[in-house]
Design a protein around this ligand. Structure first.
Ligand SMILES: C[S@@+](CC[C@H](N)C(=O)[O-])C[C@H]1O[C@@H](n2cnc3c(N)ncnc32)[C@H](O)[C@@H]1O
Length: 257
């Protein structure tokens, strides 16, 4: 694996340009998720989709969709296919998402997109933005800024990601367990391809805790930021709103009157 140029806000120091790990493991990705999380990723993703199902008739952009687990769960909850854009930087992952979501009909929108640079998407295009288990392998600042740009005022942001267990000792024990078992399971399940678990482990270690990530979202301009811990905080779902600028301007003018 080439040593990537490490972007400062990329917890896993991952770069698709330097290591196309997801292209190599695409056909095994779903199995790896089940093995690494003992199947619990399904519960976390379903919980995220349930929260997002408050927006059934709104337009959704899911970035770094992988094999389409979040879109799949949104469709199961009655989301309209034509209002859902499924995207990823990796053609092999997106191809699997297309196959998995095919029964939903031909109206779903699929596109190759870089979450750090959504140049194909205009400002204020979507009501809802979602990203799951990819923020830690991207440059967070760039991804968050792009999410803010493509959301309409009042739009909602959802991010499911590795987090920190509240009890320090328990978190240390969890990390020790991950450090011990991930290389073992990873090598067996990924046919000796170390990249998958190297990035995952690095990302789990380096991703900011829930409050720090919430602060990053506020600094990018989001309001009503809050998070929900799942499984004691092994992962967390962050939610945020892009404010209505008109309201902000009104408040500013009232404040300065
Ligand atoms: C760990 S998988 C998560 C997939 C899916 N969201 C899930 O929860 O199972 C990370 C995905 O992010 C994609 N990815 C990595 N860097 C990306 C980028 N800059 N823009 C868009 N997708 C990216 C990878 O190709 C991969 O499909």
């Amino acid at each position: 694996m080439d040593q990537p140029v490490v972007p400062t806000d990329n917890a896993a120091a991952f770069s698709q340009r330097h290591d196309d790990v997801f292209a190599r493991i695409a056909s095994r990705y779903d199995r790896l998720c089940d093995i690494f999380s003992l199947g619990i990723h399904r519960i976390w993703k379903s919980a995220m989709a349930t929260r997002m199902s408050a927006h059934l008739n709104e337009s959704v952009l899911d970035v770094a969709s992988g094999t389409g687990d979040i879109p799949l769960r949104l469709l199961r909850r009655g989301h309209r296919p034509e209002a859902l854009r499924v995207t990823d930087i990796c053609p092999q992952m997106l191809a699997i998402a297309e196959r998995k979501l095919a029964p939903a009909g031909g109206r779903l929108q699929f596109a190759l997109c870089d979450a750090e640079d959504l140049k194909e998407i205009g400002d204020q295009t979507f009501d809802v933005y979602s990203i799951s288990f990819a923020m830690k392998i991207c440059d967070r600042k760039r991804v968050i800024d792009e999410a803010f740009r493509v959301l309409k005022p009042g739009g909602r942001f959802y991010c499911l990601e590795a987090a920190r267990i509240r009890f320090a000792l328990l978190h240390a024990a969890y990390l020790a367990y991950m450090d011990w078992c991930m290389p073992l399971i990873g090598r067996l399940a990924a046919d000796g391809d170390a990249s998958a678990y190297v990035y995952l482990l690095r990302g789990v270690h380096q991703f900011p805790d829930q409050d720090s990530f919430a602060t990053e979202l506020r600094q990018a301009g989001f309001s009503s930021v809050f998070y929900t811990n799942f499984s004691l905080g092994i992962v967390a779902l962050h939610e945020a709103t892009k404010p209505h600028h008109t309201k902000e301007v009104e408040w500013q003018s009232i404040g300065s009157a």
